[in-house]
Design a protein around this ligand. Sequence first.
Ligand code: C5P
Length: 399
Amino acid sequence: MNTLAGKKIILGITGSIAAYKAAFFVRLLIKSGATVKVVMTQSATAFISPLTLSTLAKNPVITGIADGDEWSNHVELGLWADAMIIAPATANTLAKMANGICDNILNAVYLSARCPVFIAPGMDLDMWTHPSTQGNIQKVLSYGNKLIEPESGELASGLVGKGRMAEPENLLKELIDFFRKEQSLTGKTVLITAGPTFEAIDPVRFIGNYSSGKMGKALAEKVVARGGQVKLILGPTKLKIDHPAIEIIPVTSALEMFEAAKKHFAQADVAIMAAAVADFRPKHTAKEKIKKKKGIEEMTIELVKNPDIAATLGQLKKKDQVLIGFALETENPVENATRKLTKKGFDFIVLNSLKDKGAGFNHDTNKITLVFEGNKTQEFQLKSKLDVADDILDAIENI
Ligand code: C5P
């Protein structure tokens, strides 16, 4: 899908010099098949004329709550749209969005919108790097809005740096990509294993690991955002996941995870093995709590190997199924990951870094390298686990 055919887009324009690009952007949106309604702040009208935009958008432009036309009702407008994009977004508008200030039609529409909201900031470099702007960006992103990063280059002030609003072609690409992904997994079922496993020693003790399950949760949320269904086989975690398209199958031990994975794999189009499965479990689980005994200074717990869930699915895998694994390596990472890829029958493996700050267990960010057959690799920057999940799903869709 390379168009916005049938999509209803609100373009919010605020008072930055980059507002002049809005005319080109509206043209591109209309050419892509979108229906466009433009909302402007008063200061935006000083940079570009509403008449230019209403002519290009083929719809009246709204600049005030009291305009009185049929769609100056901000609630109706907010509910009408499939997406809202604020381009350019000034530091002032970002600050209002961060704090729920609603003193103009644009912010009123923003607060009423149930659709995804994209923000394309456009401002001078010092305004962009100012801690208050950066703090506001973090805040608006935490509300689920999407940032289209400004670009670097010469600014209207003559200074050179980051702050230029992304070019209209790039804004359009972001929207098209978003709607394409929104449906790319429709009708597909994705099985995900996530979290740690706890291997019982006695009724109160276990052998476990620090896996938080956050990567698996991010993958589940992104699959659903692309229209797919998820079966999430989840070891013991503190995560709260509540979505009608995510079926949670709670397990505790590797053996339970193994049984659940075998049971559900046949209905899955894709399986992603993100769990940190204990390789061994105690040979015997004591029925009662093991007591300290006087004079006994050492104790041995005999361990037996757990089944390899991923390798088993690799053997059961049919031609049209995709199987993805994770690897956490500290030595010779790519060679070791490649060995696992072949041994377990993965289509590709996600190599996790423990060396980079902010990556791995319990963080909200991760830094990954995808390793494919034939030692082919694709390296990514440190990103939020949600963005990492998108990179992984993009790679799955490109297989
Ligand atoms: O062998 P290693 O544990 O490093 O392999 C990691 C990959 O294999 C991960 O995708 C993990 O979820 C999976 N795995 C598994 N069952 C095991 C051990 C690992 O599914 N018993």
